[in-house]
Write a protein that binds this ligand. Structure first.
Ligand code: ACO
Length: 458
């Protein structure tokens, strides 16, 4: 099989949100801290009818309905999440109910977990299955989602929630570029969830940003070398002999909060300066190249200058990918994919995307990170097109803009305290208003005294 990638997608928009400027006032922090300092507008929250399984069931069932793919045609289902409800039973097994009712139990794959990286690990597994001798010709699906909540304090405004389902197969309009992938994994304690009875992580926020930035540097250096070697030895669609920020129409990042992506783009720009890339003005190279990559990410003056210099690149290549993140917050595993989809939907016409590359950086604390690229392709004789993908994304954008319920910031503490209290309480019956859900959503109906969860369609 060739041109393996994303054929179709479905995005979940949680039912509730809080406005970040109201949250600033309520938290009594200086005005602009969350909206300018972090770059966030709204944060998505879930009601007690929405748990990680209901989010995943909903996007999976919508993906099957919208694409018309018969559940029998799915041979693999990988899940990525860090929102655990059980230490043994995977979410994948909960999702199997949508296949079992159609007589299909031959579906490989289980859950993948490492902070925000699990979704990417799930995608890599799905691709590798299709490339392997075990592939039986059927499609794969990847479902990833998280409910990101932090304890009260400075990390709370970087929460969020989301889930998406991706149909993966050959002859795709969005192709994972073969050979073009770099990986950096180490052992750090920047963000982790050692307390298995709490939904909250233990987080050293500033360390997590340092780890993210150094993973970005390492992945980019490796990616550029690997991609150049690969592209040179294959078809050679890139005309210049160097890989740099100008190689890509879009550059999207795992997005804990929007401001970090602007800093990240500026950091990649510094990488290009140090590599003496030919698209850069000579005065910029002369002024900054001597710094080398040892230039600390904590040098605020340098960071500001680089942000200014790379502003135009940021507005063209990264900002269009931030619509969901800015209005939903950190979604953990699906975050970088919501950025990809936001970027794709920002182009009114799919024609503008054909033949173009998009660079992705996926980061999960602990830490696991990868950088890789997708190529947009005009596919022949297939119902899975880029235009169709854009339609699904625009449907989600419409829900985001028009069909969410705003929560007053003073109710957040109540909502999250209740969520924390009910985290492992059984039996449990959700009590919040069900009307805020959308028709067709699959929601949590109850958990019985043996911790078994029951779901129903709204
Ligand atoms: N107006 C404008 N900007 C402001 C204002 C204001 N009134 N007040 C503060 N700022 C700026 C600060 O100058 C700072 O900018 P800088 O990043 O350029 O230095 C920014 O807002 C954030 O302010 P800090 O004081 O650094 O914020 P704080 O220490 O309270 O927390 C943090 C920020 C660490 C991101 C926290 O929210 C956190 O721990 N989040 C969770 C961890 C996280 O998201 N890590 C990212 C990678 S790992 C992952 O994805 C989970």
């Amino acid at each position: 099989p060739s041109s393996i990638g994303i054929l179709a997608c479905e995005l979940y928009i949680p039912s509730i949100y809080v406005d970040q400027s109201s949250l600033e006032a309520y938290d009594n922090v200086s005005k602009g801290k969350y909206t300018i300092g972090l770059g966030q507008k709204r944060m998505a929250l879930c009601s007690d009818h929405e748990d990680i399984c209901s989010l995943c069931l909903t996007v999976l069932s919508r993906l099957l309905d919208e694409t018309g793919v018969n559940p029998q045609e799915i041979g693999r289902l990988d899940v990525g999440t860090e929102t655990l409800v059980d230490k043994a039973k995977s979410i994948k097994t909960v999702l199997m109910q949508l296949f079992v009712e159609h007589g299909n139990t031959a579906v490989e794959g289980v859950d993948n977990m490492n902070a925000c990286y699990g979704g990417t690990a799930a995608i890599f597994n799905a691709i590798h299955w299709i490339e392997s001798s075990f592939w039986d010709g059927r499609y794969a699906i990847v479902v990833m989602g998280d409910i990101a909540v932090y304890a009260k304090g400075n990390a709370r405004p970087t929460g969020g929630a989301g889930a998406c389902a991706l149909l993966i197969g050959p002859n795709a309009p969005l192709v994972f570029e073969p050979g073009c992938r770099s990986t950096h994994m180490t052992n750090v304690y920047d963000f982790y969830k050692p307390n298995l009875s709490s939904p909250y992580p233990v987080v050293d926020g500033h360390l997590s940003v340092q780890c993210y930035t150094s993973a970005l540097d390492t992945c980019y250096t490796q990616y550029c070398t690997k991609a150049r070697t690969h592209i040179e030895s294959h078809s050679g669609t890139v005309s210049t002999d160097e890989i740099n920020l100008s190689t890509f129409i879009g550059i999207v990042f795992h997005t804990p909060y929007v401001k970090l992506t602007q800093k990240s783009l500026a950091r990649l720009y510094l990488n290009d300066i140090v590599r003496n890339c030919s698209y850069l003005p000579s005065n910029v190279i002369e002024k900054y190249q001597y710094l080398g990559m040892c230039a600390g990410s904590d040098d605020k003056d340098l960071e500001r200058e680089l942000i200014q210099l790379s502003q135009e690149l940021y507005e063209q290549k990264t900002l269009p990918g931030l619509y969901f993140s800015q209005n939903m917050g950190n979604m953990y595993t699906p975050s970088v994919y919501y950025s990809l989809f936001s970027f794709l939907s920002s182009k009114p016409d799919a024609e503008q995307l054909y033949g173009q590359r998009i660079l992705l950086f996926s980061y999960g604390s602990g830490l696991a990170s990868s950088m890789y690229s997708l190529v947009c392709q005009k596919v022949q004789e297939s119902r899975f097109t880029l235009t169709q993908l854009q339609k699904s994304i625009r449907r989600a954008r419409h829900i985001l803009d028009h069909e969410r319920t705003e929560l007053a910031p003073d109710l957040i503490d109540k909502l999250l305290t209740e969520r924390e209290k009910n985290d492992h309480k059984v039996p449990f019956v959700p009590s919040q208003p069900i009307e805020i859900l959308k028709l067709g959503d699959i929601y949590l109906k109850s958990i019985d005294k043996n911790y078994r969860r029951f779901y129903e369609k709204f």
